[in-house]
Design a protein around this ligand. Sequence first.
Ligand code: SF4
Length: 208
Amino acid sequence: MKITLIKKLKIQVEKLKKCRKCPQMHPPSVSGKAVLSKVLLVGQAPGDKEPKLGRPFAWTAGKTLFNWFNRASGMNEEQFRSSIYMAAVCRCFPGKQAKGGDRLPSPEEVRSCSVWLKKEIDILKPDLVIPVGKLAISQFIPLQKLNQIIGKKFKTSKAGQSFELIPLPHPSGASPWHRIEPGKSLLKKALKLIVNHPAFQRLEKNGI
Ligand code: SF4
């Protein structure tokens, strides 16, 4: 019997939650809901609160991110989580670095965890991908200054799938980029591009 896409995605999410491949990472791994969506959001890595709360963007950065979307489209956090698939470059909390702040995942950890993202792209075949923050953006296009890429739309591909990419800055309080000009206006432009994208518009037409 042919396995349905949603079943495939649910199996994928369950497997991901059990992954313990990286010895330096702090389990458990964190995944969003198994939502069959044509819009895929890719964050960097969970912080220390997300594994306890069991969902991505569950703390202050998430509050900012969901506020951005609420202001741009009227979509609230629950609607967002139920209609957009939320992935990340790494799905486990990397731990703190000695000088403060979260440790940046190593290239090897990024490589190991990319297997999950590729499988998700293969199942979802997204029309729109929203990478959040430099690490996520660099998984799809060469990393440039945020001023040069935020507020723009790119055509790209990964895992054999072509899609449009609209990058966002990271909403964490660590960087003031999105709160001062030109970041403020470029962020507004990027959100406008996202909410006017046909894939996002279809979410709204489906009652989200
Ligand atoms: S970071 Fe990714 S590959 Fe590494 S243990 Fe967590 S889920 Fe597995």
